[in-house]
Ligand binder design. Structure first.
Ligand code: URA
Length: 185
């Protein structure tokens, strides 16, 4: 674990813990308020994120921004990151060993930001954070509280691009999140 941001940012700089380092343009550590009470965790950078070094700036991110705007969530007040910090080739799901190699960075981010709400965007985030026994279809929309953190699993924004119904559910889940945020903070 990294005890402060400087240690974390220096520690990840030349990371070669897994093979995703071989093709990356940028490490995408995370973006936003380092004291956010609300954190979003996705899967891994895509092509746009790899090119810019910022999470959720591509198509899925733009869709997520629209939902944020509609719900009054200001992106500069939250913190956004991913399970893996380097782009998996062809946007495939990160392999177990890649996710495990990267987990220390994410754990450190959660420890340093200290959110009380974490939105888990899709199956990869859900399974790597809460455990392989959790399934996104059954869990989405339901709060799971662990060690003082409220987790809301929901669809990954990329899934919304393919399915209109999921858009409605995603919106509903984020509405729950804003409600909880007002209750807790
Ligand atoms: N999809 C993700 O899971 N994360 C990003 O940063 C972009 C797309």
């Amino acid at each position: 674990m990294y005890q402060d941001w400087e240690e974390l940012e220096n520690g990840i700089q030349n990371c070669q813990k897994c093979k995703l380092c071989e093709r990356r343009q940028h490490i995408v550590l995370g973006e936003g308020n380092k004291e956010a009470k609300l954190m979003f965790i996705g899967e891994g950078p895509g092509a746009d994120e790899d090119a810019q070094g910022i999470p959720f700036v591509g198509k899925a991110g733009k869709l997520m921004n629209k939902a944020f705007q509609g719900l009054g969530i200001d992106r500069s007040t939250i913190y956004i990151t991913n399970i893996v910090k380097c782009r998996p080739p062809a946007n495939r799901v990160p392999e177990e060993e890649e996710a495990v190699a990267c987990l220390d960075y994410l754990r450190s981010q959660v420890m340093l930001v200290k959110p009380n709400i974490i939105v888990l965007l899709g199956s990869t985030a859900l399974k790597n954070i809460l455990g392989k026994e959790y399934g996104i279809t059954a869990c989405r929309g339901n709060w799971i509280e662990q060690k003082g953190i409220w987790y809301m699993p929901t669809w990954h924004p990329a899934a919304l691009l393919r399915d209109e119904n999921k858009k409605v559910e995603f919106w509903k889940d984020l509405k729950e999140v804003t409600k909880k945020y007002q209750e807790l903070n």
